[in-house]
Design a protein around this ligand. Structure first.
Ligand code: UDP
Length: 488
């Protein structure tokens, strides 16, 4: 078929994997299921990590999905060295988006632009070209509610939010305990707070908000976003819940040899016996915590597959900008002496990165010790796997609270009294509880119910399938912005 006849959508993502992964999957759905041609624009830095490179240059992507890097930004020259993670992302995006307008013109104005939460400058640029712009929100609906309420909190709270006398109340959200607040709002004097506030304040400029969740998982928050008087008066643009978007590792990206080894190892383990331990694209443990983790896993005497990284005391998201790099390659250099030998019969250790979705899909996996990033959380739920919640950074503590307390699919280990670590005994306890205990059975039943609701939402006539189909229909009938002709 002539590709020029296909309606053209541009998608814009910052290079963080938690954004690239779901947006790439979203783009695939547009191309494969809905007949669009998609240009996937990614904010490029001059130093793409091996994992980013593998995803974006995958040979198996559909022909009508073209990945283009915006002119690469040299982060070292624009980002002060002590910047926190979100500041770093936002400064890079801001520099990179200087070339967005020219890029969109060169693409002869796609009819719609879809952007992630930290690329909201695109609303202005695309507005000048009359290209309707949608936001893709890659966190929970409850977090979307929190984000849309942020400008109000910013006005009404005088001091630091962490000094409030009790939990933070937000319409459409369970009350947020102060210790569960996302990192970005804990210190209002930090630039990271201002960046977060800037982007969430601009969300209402979107023509619509596409969100990676589904009615069966977050009915209350989704209803509040549509019906609560606060959100109606903002007003919040239409919210389209189209999740869960779960990429299948291996179909396009191709499995690496370590992935094949993991899957072969899982083939030899009993059903639902293995705990997957994985902390997202950036998560790292402190040295002290890593030692406790190793001991806890060993003491539990349960099977485990641990995607392990070099520990560091510097930050809980230290691997964010170098995941998959060589320094992670040899776990004997950073795991407790003798650990690998002692656990050889029950454990498999993979450095840095593995095909998480393929692993979660394997019948031998019985639990997931996860940092509760939103993508990881919904991948676990879509596969019916109960969780041990191990939040580290960003909004993960809010996700952990929701998964443990509202959804009932996760157990949350407690930190040792007065200490900063979760002790080995506690790790032993939670691992046993989920894999062999009654609590684990209950959580697994609940996780399966949620999985079934996700399957239903994506099947023909289901809520997520219908929302995406309606959005696509709307995009197909949208007339092209006249700028396409002007600049042609
Ligand atoms: N992931 C993976 N292999 C790994 C670690 C992470 O495939 O070893 C994927 C995971 O499946 C998810 C994404 O990376 O799709 C991480 O996104 P999430 O929102 O969970 O966390 P973030 O990395 O943004 O903190």
């Amino acid at each position: 078929s002539n590709q020029d006849n296909k309606p053209h959508v541009a998608v814009l993502a910052n290079s963080g994997l938690g954004h690239v992964i779901p947006l790439l999957e979203f783009s695939k759905r547009l191309v494969i299921d809905h007949g669009f041609r998609v240009t996937f624009l990614v904010v490029a830095t001059i130093d793409l990590t091996p994992v980013q490179d593998q995803l974006l240059n995958a040979p198996g992507l559909p022909r009508d999905l073209q990945v283009l890097g915006l002119p690469a930004v040299d982060t070292a020259s624009i980002v002060p060295e002590d910047s926190r993670i979100l500041t770093r992302i936002c400064l890079t995006v801001e520099a990179s988006l200087k070339s967005l307008k020219a890029m969109l013109i060169e693409l002869s104005s796609p009819r719609v632009l879809v952007v992630d939460l930290f690329c909201t400058q695109a609303f202005d640029v695309a507005g000048e070209l009359s290209i309707p712009t949608f936001s893709f929100f890659s966190m929970s609906a409850s977090m979307l509610a929190f984000s849309l309420y942020m400008p109000t909190l910013d006005r009404e709270v005088m001091g630091e939010m962490v000094d409030l006398p009790g939990p933070v109340w937000v319409p459409g959200c369970q009350p947020v305990r102060l210790e569960d607040l996302l990192d970005q709002v804990k210190d209002r004097k930090n630039e990271e707070y201002l960046w977060f506030l800037y982007h969430v304040s601009r969300l209402p400029m979107a023509a619509g908000i596409i969100i990676n969740t589904w009615e069966g998982l977050e009915p209350g928050s989704l209803r509040a976003l549509r019906e609560d008087s606060f959100y109606r008066q903002v007003p919040v643009p239409p919210v389209h819940a189209i999740g869960p978007l779960v990429h299948e590792d291996g179909d396009a990206e191709g499995l690496r040899s370590t992935d094949a080894e993991c899957l072969a190892w899982l083939d030899r383990q009993p059903e639902e016996s293995v705990v997957l331990v994985s902390l997202g694209s950036g998560g790292t443990l402190t040295r002290e915590q890593q030692v406790e983790m190793a001991w806890g896993l060993e003491l539990s005497q349960q099977r485990f597959l641990w995607i392990v990284r070099k520990p560091t005391d510097a930050s809980a998201s230290a691997a964010f900008f170098n995941v998959g790099s060589d320094e992670e390659d040899d776990p004997t250099k950073y795991l407790p002496l003798g650990f690998l030998e002692k656990t050889r019969e029950v454990g498999m250790v993979v450095p840095s990165w593995a095909a998480q979705v393929a692993i979660l899909s394997h019948p031998s996996v019985g639990a997931f010790l996860s940092h509760c990033g939103w993508n990881s959380s919904i991948e676990s739920l879509a596969k019916g796997v109960p969780m041990i919640a191990w939040p580290l950074y960003a909004e993960q503590r809010m996700n952990a609270a929701m998964l443990a307390e509202d959804v009932g699919v996760a157990i949350r280990p407690s930190v040792e009294e007065g200490g900063k670590v979760v002790g080995r005994k506690e790790i032993e306890r939670v691992v046993r509880a989920v894999v062999t205990g009654e609590e684990g059975k209950r959580m697994r039943r609940r996780a399966r119910e949620i999985r079934d609701s996700s399957v239903e939402s994506l099947s023909h006539g289901g809520s997520s399938q219908a929302s995406l189909a309606a959005v696509c229909e709307d995009w197909k009938t949208k007339s092209r912005g006249c700028e396409g002709e002007l600049y042609a």
